[in-house]
Design a protein around this ligand. Structure first.
Ligand code: PBG
Length: 327
């Protein structure tokens, strides 16, 4: 009788055996919940393309964050939706802007029990929807934008953010923000750099969540990375760490597992991955039709992201999965 050299199935026989030999363990400690807070509304607003996610009022946000803290989720990342937008995105840096008010609320609500991360960009706050201010020719002006990012970082740190997370993909953004924070005695505010961020079609539902339309049907290919390229991710990651990033992020997650793995192999700082809005919505939509088992697919996705090397996963599934996966 032919006898296989190694019986690989032996260790798959029972749930306990599988648990014992699992290489990758997804836990609630790995998760960060993205949250939206909108100015000028009295009730939370559902987001059609992100089922189960809402634009919060300041009050409902406080409640949500207290619940997340109770579930053991260690961090949230906050995005603001202003009542009015302008050319330079003053809603990103004004001390009384919605995101700053909300950060202060949350600091008061949860103290240090939960890490408060502030997304640092201007696209939610600009009339044209780009991640920076524009030149007269309509191009995103890298260096003028850095000055605005520096102001936003200070406002967010002042309001209570533990970590600021620049997501605009301007060159030199981490250095500019680090210098501004240090210059204002904010040495303890950390920077999570969206280091390898791709010009992805998977951000569609997010743009509904923050009411962003890019002027003239434009896109972000002039500053976010081309999905065809992996090697420049490492250049981005190295540059951000050299400029002072405390953590680095790859975004989106599932279509860029190779980039997550390469980043993990390259650096010693914590690596985050953003399982983005489109990744969430695809699972929700297919599950709604009964075509897939939504929570099972979500777990499989997030496990794969962790297996690829991410230490931290930003995911709209955080609240739903926290009770399922445990510590
Ligand atoms: C920029 C930003 C975006 C996302 C996070 N930060 C949108 C973009 O770059 O166009 C997308 C997140 C998601 O799709 O869930 N402020």
């Amino acid at each position: 009788m032919a006898f296989p050299e190694r019986r690989l199935r032996r260790l798959r026989r029972t749930p306990a055996l599988r648990r014992l030999v699992a290489e990758t363990r997804l836990g609630v400690d790995d998760l960060v919940a993205p949250l939206f807070v909108r100015e000028g509304i009295s009730e939370p607003q559902p987001i059609a393309s992100l089922p189960g996610v809402v634009q919060h009022t300041r009050e409902s946000l406080r409640k949500e964050v207290a619940e997340l803290a109770d579930l053991g989720v260690p961090g949230v990342i906050l995005f603001g939706v202003p009542a009015t937008k302008d050319e330079e995105g003053s809603g990103a840096w004004a001390p009384d802007a919605i995101v700053q008010l909300a950060l202060a609320d949350l600091r008061a609500e949860v103290g240090d029990a939960l890490v408060l991360i502030a997304d640092l960009c201007v696209d939610e706050y600009t009339t044209h929807g780009h991640c920076g201010v524009l030149t007269e020719a309509g191009e995103v002006d890298n260096d003028a934008t850095l000055q605005i990012y520096a102001r936003a970082a200070l406002a967010q740190a002042e309001a209570g953010a533990d970590i600021v997370a620049p997501s605009g993909m301007m060159d030199g953004q981490v250095a500019a923000i680090r210098a501004a924070l240090d210059g204002a005695q904010r040495e303890s505010t950390a920077i999570l750099a969206y280091a390898a961020k791709y010009a992805s079609a998977l951000y569609g539902p997010f743009r509904d969540a923050v009411d962003v339309q890019i002027a003239g049907g434009g896109d972000r290919r002039g500053y976010q990375q081309d999905p065809a390229n992996a090697r420049e991710s490492l250049a981005e990651v190295r540059a951000d760490i050299a400029e002072g990033a405390d953590l680095v992020m790859v975004k989106p997650a599932l279509a860029y597992l190779d980039v997550i793995a390469a980043t993990r192999a390259e650096v010693d700082v914590p690596v985050a991955a953003y399982h983005v809005s489109g990744e969430y919505s695809m699972i929700k939509a297919a599950a709604e039709r009964g075509w897939i088992d939504g929570p099972a697919v979500a777990l499989e996705h997030l496990t794969a992201v962790k297996r690829a090397g991410a230490d931290i996963i930003l995911t709209y599934f955080a609240k739903e999965l926290a009770p399922v996966i445990g510590r």
